[in-house]
Design a binder for this molecule. Sequence first.
Ligand code: SF4
Ligand code: SF4
Length: 311
Amino acid sequence: MEINRRQFFGIAGTMAGGALACKPKKTQAARTLKAPPDPYGCLMDITACVGCRKCEEACNRVNNLPPPQVSFDDPRPLERKRRPVVTAYTVVNRYHTGKRDQRNQLIPTFVKVQCMHCQDPGCVSACIVGALTKKDNGAVHYDASKCIGCRYCMVACPFQIPAYDYHDPLTPKVHKSTFCYHLIIKEGGKPACAVICPVEAITFGKRRQLLGLARQKIKNDPGRYLDRIYGEHEVGGTSWLYISGEPFEKLGFLDLPTRPIPHLTETIQHGMFRYMWAPLSLFAVLGGFMWTFNRKQITGDSEPERKEGSI
Ligand code: SF4
Ligand code: SF4
């Protein structure tokens, strides 16, 4: 039996509901969004991106990742849909949605994929040792020294972003975009991808201001943009925001609920611990989630290296 992502989160929601139903009434108060008040973000204008992969190159360099098998100047990687992996924290994918130019040639559309740095991240909530934290500046920060390698963050991420380094079992390490945390905490610093982009497809700034900028762009040029900002509301909002001239569902973006994922993971966890369920049960349930992912039973993803992707 195959299930899609929406069904998956529906099942998780049912489990959360079951746990919630067992809780005393006084603990059932609505969960408030856990988001920093004025975080940074990045606004990606998909209509501007030319697919040059300079952002991939800059990310590789700033994170001291191993060199790729084919040069960043080589467009061949665009021939298949890719996901961020241990050796590449961001990738650019090419889509053909049927749009054509005056000579009837298909016009490609490019989408950069990386950790969305969610406002209220599922990965942070799922991490039982606090190795992942949401910082005030917006970055979702990973501390490898705390990580026990349980990989619940991989299961809890609605965008299927964290990658796990299986080569060294003694020092488990999860890999994902850092939002150039080390750069943006210094005054004036920006994520390397935003600095390098030759066509300024990526704008870095306060998330609140980026939302205003996105609305202004859409209002000023309704023929160019759809009236939607992806990431404004999805799973409680994300620090990466996207505007597009084509429907997001044609560009690999997932149709996700507005409710933050931690609402599900925390309810399950808290329900279990409240009733003294052995922590082993938690491992079993979340491990089951992970097994489901690893069995590739979630449809809508189809990538060779990892399950492919959608943002
Ligand atoms: S996209 Fe996934 S890994 Fe990134 S912050 Fe959101 S839940 Fe965490
Ligand atoms: S550097 Fe800019 S134009 Fe080039 S692929 Fe990345 S986002 Fe697109």
